[in-house]
Design a binder for this molecule. Structure first.
Ligand code: PLP
Length: 371
């Protein structure tokens, strides 16, 4: 059978998600497990969102509204774009997949950073793209010059994670416009703003403004990260109506379920609640930094709700040791950064820092088997 299948799928490096809490509890017989591996929002959803979900649950015998009418109208109003400039996806993961499906044919080229968000690579590989993966600079920022130089006549999409995952770094407005200027106007510039709500840097680009000058930009955002709807899967893309129409042709008719639509709408109507959560996360990030500094650990300052931490023992050993303590983090070896692990910013308890200190303290080489 294998030879009959689409051969590109065998080249795909499978996505390895953060381990689910229940899975780890079962395997290790632990009662308390904290997941800090998938950049989820650790705080409970707003009561209004929970209410909207229970109301929507009464109508699950019906198909959802394939056009996401109410959610689309509200989001368009808040973003000051036309409703037809929006496309919804089953998570922004699906928005990535749809853009690639709509644009990439076998042999086309896709430019991206390495390491970057794995779904860009997976989706592109499946469609038979040749990847031009440009290594990050030593400070984890994009090598924009090299990315621009990698563009050829065959380039169909350029992926810019802003801020990107796992680096946590962002492109400034000047860097982005420098990059866009002089590029062919028919290349799809996919700007992934999954962490948009967490960035509070003054020079972070206003991409919806830039859309007016660069209609080949397509911006993706999500309800998974700040709005805490990771389990319901709602993301969206924003672009010129013509571009959204093209990408919409590969969308499945009922890709956003009815509960997810109502929950996302309720999030938009309770923005103040979520803004206060973003503030809390930013405070927790400072708290994390000061604890890491006190432990003598190096880390990469981030503009998101996760941080890369450098450990002499290596990301793999430290994440395995933390797992035994019931703390799920992400080893960065899969991304080729063997000295790092990624920690999502949660509602930190001191005991988490104590675990990190025990397994990763810089100036000693702890006996990991002892833990
Ligand atoms: C988490 C993440 C996404 C995907 O989120 P969805 O849950 O699919 O909306 C997209 N891009 C980046 C960079 C991410 O980190």
């Amino acid at each position: 059978m294998k030879s009959q299948a689409k051969q590109t799928i065998f080249k795909v490096q499978p996505y390895i998600p953060g381990r689910p809490i229940e899975d780890v509890k079962r395997e290790l017989g632990l009662k308390d497990v904290v997941k800090l591996a998938s950049n989820e929002n650790p705080y409970p959803s707003s009561p209004k969102v929970i209410k909207a979900i229970s109301v929507a649950a009464k109508s699950i015998n019906r198909y959802p509204d394939g056009g996401c009418y109410a959610l689309r109208q509200e989001l368009a109003k808040q973003l000051k774009v036309k409703p037809e400039q929006l496309i919804f996806g089953n998570g922004s993961d699906e928005v990535i997949v749809m853009a690639v499906r709509a644009f990439v044919s076998p042999g086309d080229e896709v430019v991206l950073a390495k390491p970057s968000f794995l779904v860009y690579e997976i989706a592109s590989c499946i469609e038979g793209a040749t990847l031009k993966a440009i290594p990050l600079l030593p400070d984890f920022k994009y090598d924009l010059k090299a990315m621009k130089a990698a563009v050829t006549d065959k380039t169909k999409i350029i992926f810019l994670g802003n801020p990107d995952n796992p680096s946590g770094q962002y492109l400034t407005k000047d860097e982005l416009t420098w990059f866009l200027d002089g590029l062919r106007k028919d290349i799809l510039i996919f700007i992934d703003e999954a962490y948009y709500e967490y960035v509070n840097a003054k020079d972070y680009p206003d991409t919806l403004q830039l859309l007016k000058t660069y209609p080949n930009i397509f911006v993706a955002r999500t309800f998974s990260k700040m709005y805490g709807l990771a389990g319901l899967r709602v993301g969206y893309g924003i672009g010129a109506s013509e571009l959204v129409d093209i990408i919409g042709r590969v969308r499945e008719p009922f890709n956003i379920n009815s509960i997810a639509q109502e929950a996302a709408l309720a999030c938009l109507k309770d923005k103040a609640y979520y803004k206060s959560i973003a503030l809390k996360i930013n405070q927790q990030r400072k708290y994390l930094y000061s604890n890491l500094s006190a432990m003598g650990l190096e880390f990469v300052k981030s503009y998101t709700n996760f941080v890369l931490i450098k450990v002499a023992q290596g990301g793999k050993a430290v994440s395995q040791a933390l797992l035994k303590k019931g703390v799920i983090v992400r080893d960065m070896s899969v991304w080729g950064k063997t000295e790092y692990f990624r920690l999502s910013i949660g509602a930190f308890d001191l005991h988490i820092f104590r675990h990190i200190e025990r397994v990763a303290f810089k100036n000693c080489s702890p006996d990991l088997s002892r833990l």
